[in-house]
Design a protein around this ligand. Structure first.
Ligand code: PGA
Length: 225
């Protein structure tokens, strides 16, 4: 099975970069899923890319300045949404809100990419699986759910978990829920080869290394070998 490849641009790239990016990744656009900064979504959609939105609000419509709903995203052609990313959890998304966002996403036929993962201190305390179990407990079913294991200490840090740890976590998630599991956190041209040894992984969510089209293509090529 070909690995699922997702790119999380976060709040990066400007409009000129986007035009270049769209050109460079033309040959891959049907087989990767890009989560650009939301104002750029229409550029990707109009060019035939598969896209996801980095965040949604829990309600469909109303007086919520600055928010975007799952319903609005779906109507312009978005099919995926990231929920529970550690950067959003740090901004206040708790499990209660995450549950409501998941409900809204599924009601609007978006596929949810639920991000879970421990912090450095939780890992040191041996609490990795406990934390993941709690973060997964928001799930009320598994249809249209993909889980991305993203240890917070690895994101943007050039460090990835050992193969043994990764296997343990991925097996744990798959034992608890019948879902596809991605890995996210410092996936780059160096780490991808090691990650490819973990057969249980269904794909990758790539942040920083997905911003540079050339580097991203190199990663995709290794992941699809
Ligand atoms: P990174 O981010 O690849 O830059 O570590 C991954 C993510 O936050 O999804």
């Amino acid at each position: 099975m070909q690995k699922i490849i997702m790119a999380n641009h976060k709040m990066n790239l400007n409009l000129n970069d986007i035009h270049e990016y769209l050109k460079k990744l033309q040959n891959y656009k049907k087989n990767i899923i890009v989560f650009p900064t939301s104002i750029y979504l229409p550029y990707f959609i109009n060019d035939g890319y598969k896209v996801g939105i980095q965040n949604i609000y829990k309600n469909n419509i109303g007086a919520y300045t600055g928010e975007v709903s799952a319903m609005q995203a779906k109507k312009i052609g978005v099919d995926y949404v990231l929920i529970g990313h550690s950067e959003r959890r740090r901004l206040g998304d708790n499990n209660e809100l995450i549950k409501e966002k998941i409900r809204s996403a599924l009601k609007n036929n978006l596929t949810v990419v639920l991000c879970v993962g421990e912090t450095a201190s939780e890992r040191e305390n041996g609490d990795t699986l406990k934390v993941i179990e709690k973060e997964l407990s928001v799930l009320e079913g598994t249809d249209n759910i993909i889980v991305s294991y993203e240890p917070e200490w690895s994101i943007g840090n050039k460090k990835i978990p050992s193969s043994d740890c990764l296997k343990k976590v991925v097996n744990f998630i798959k034992k608890c829920y019948n879902v596809r599991v991605l890995y996210g956190g410092s996936v780059n041209v160096e780490t991808i080869r090691k990650l490819q040894e973990i057969e249980q992984l269904d794909g990758y969510l790539i942040g920083e290394a997905s911003l540079d089209a050339e580097e991203f293509i190199k990663i995709i090529e290794v992941a699809w070998l």
